[in-house]
Write a new protein. Structure first.
Length: 179
């Protein structure tokens, strides 16, 4: 006969439940945002268009600081020999939404969540500007390598940065509560 210890914690109790709850809330929030607001994150979405225009203007400003004669025309970024369009996949919103869902899903106080969002989203967008500037230089000087850097390298870096930023927020700004 097998002895059953009634004081033993089950799989769906304690820390395991917090992890499961986090996963369920994270996946649900991410799905719901993309499902209900999905059209807003396409190039036809109003918010996405405004963000794309802002990124084009910000990147053209940064390129001018580095000596390139760049200008933004709507969502396009132009120099005398190159023109690229900033589309919804370039605006960093996908990483911001995933980061936001992770912050909201994490079990902590509302104040800590607000800090996570207030600090994290602007940092992700700033890093995204650096990403777009770097991609512009790759396209200008190494056009044969652009697709590889654009699709694989730069996208992986911004996603990894979002994860590292979330881990930093958890470690630095979330206080551990004893149970």
């Amino acid at each position: 006969m097998k002895h059953i210890n009634r004081n033993q914690k089950g799989f769906f109790k304690g820390k395991n439940w917090q992890i499961i709850r986090f996963g369920i809330v994270f996946v649900s929030l991410t799905f719901l945002v993309f499902y209900f607001l999905g059209s807003e994150f396409t190039d036809e979405g109003t918010y996405s268009r405004y963000l794309n225009v802002a990124i084009a203007h910000s990147v053209s400003f940064i390129l001018r600081l580095f000596g390139l004669d760049a200008r933004a025309v709507g969502t396009s970024l132009e120099t005398k020999d190159l023109s690229v369009g900033i589309v919804s996949a370039c605006n960093g919103m996908i990483v911001c939404i995933i980061y936001l869902a992770a912050v909201i899903a994490y079990p902590c106080k509302i104040k800590e969540k607000v800090i996570g969002v207030a600090i994290g989203i602007p940092i992700i967008e700033a890093i995204n500007l650096v990403r777009v500037v770097c991609l512009f230089y790759v396209l200008r000087y190494f056009p044969a390598s652009f697709e590889t850097y654009h699709i694989y390298v730069a996208e992986s870096i911004i996603i990894a940065f979002g994860v590292v930023l979330w881990l930093f927020w958890v470690e630095r700004f979330v206080q551990v509560r004893r149970q």
